[in-house]
Design a binder for this molecule. Sequence first.
Ligand SMILES: Cc1ncc(COP(=O)(O)O)c(C=O)c1O
Length: 421
Amino acid sequence: MFPMDHSRRGFFNTLTAATTAAAGWQAFAAQLAQAQAPGVAADSYWTVVRRQFPLKEGLIYMNAANVCPASRPVLDRHADFLRDFHSNPSFQNRDKYAEMQERLRKKLARLLRVEPGEVAITRNTSEGSNIVVTGLPLKQGDEVIITSHNHPSNNDSWKVRARREGFTIREIQTPVPAASAEQLLGEIEKAVTARTRVIAVTHLTSTCGLLYPVREIAELARRRNVWMHLDGAQTFGALDVNLGAIPCDSYSTSAHKWMMGPLEAGVLVVRTGRIKELWPSIVTAKWSDTLADSRKFEVFGQRDDPRIAALEAAADFLEMVGLGSIESRVRNQGQYLKERLHALGVEVKTNLQPALSAGVVKVNLKGRELKPVYDTLYEKHRVAIALTASGDAMGLRFSPHIYNTKAEADEVVSSLKKILA
Ligand SMILES: Cc1ncc(COP(=O)(O)O)c(C=O)c1O
């Protein structure tokens, strides 16, 4: 159930220079190992994990779909490298980041089960998706399929470009709630024509927490020779995303959400066979026409180098805790909360079936103004969530992560019950 020791190999020798963070990582690894010893209660593992997060005492933070806290080991490694950078910003002291970036690329590739040369390190999901949106050669008459619950970075971005260049957008309405995976796939299949060039969908929507059947959609795209772009902002770090089994052409995600990594870091995956079709959006120093893999999408000029160290730390943390264990925990938390909220009698907009949902839970309160409830939850009960004020996704969004507990879910439900009484 939990990751074996082999997943911890190499974490300590990734730390260059003497770092104060190393001791914290070692202590964390030892505590995780102890928590897995025979006879120790299964929940101890998650108690150890929870202790790594510097969340304020008494705060119930259930907003992973927006921004996650980074764990102490990640923050400490980031701080070490930040201090080191500013103590000596010479070219010589910064040389190490080139090597670190390549090591990070390999780690991310291993986690996502793609090739290192398919991984570009970006600044967030929006940037990664916009590299695809602006970089694909499209002309008048071409068609791009999007869904109404795509994030604006994978919806408005296509519309803005289409207005300039005259290609056609076919927007499919995302059903609330969705009836089945077949319904979702069927609607996309119906929209594909001989002119379709791109299908751009969201792995798990931030609006209502709908998990799309992305493997089947990607297979459809392959059969029709259509580029499939997948927005993974709500899945990498929450689910054990295996891009080896999802044949999409590109996948974009952010580190500051479920990955529990630094702010303003992200990952874009573009398949080897497709890289040459995609133009880079930003070209500056270090560009070369010989850049033939995903590195051609990360020529951004001077970067925040210590953030690369923080992103590597986030990848190490995911590997150490184990993406399989994380997925089970996230799914259990989401399912438990959904069922408790459903039992409370509020409208749950997230599909109740585990196959069509994961850790993002949206509820609507019919006949109640949402904003005062949202404010009271935070101000009186210290529950931090998100609010969608209008539209078909209108409601309160709860997105628990591995640092949340069942007791917190119970407290959230009982606080909501008191407010609604
Ligand atoms: C599905 C989805 N895509 C893209 C984004 C944009 O993420 P970022 O602001 O990190 O680029 C979000 C943010 O919430 C999202 O939920």
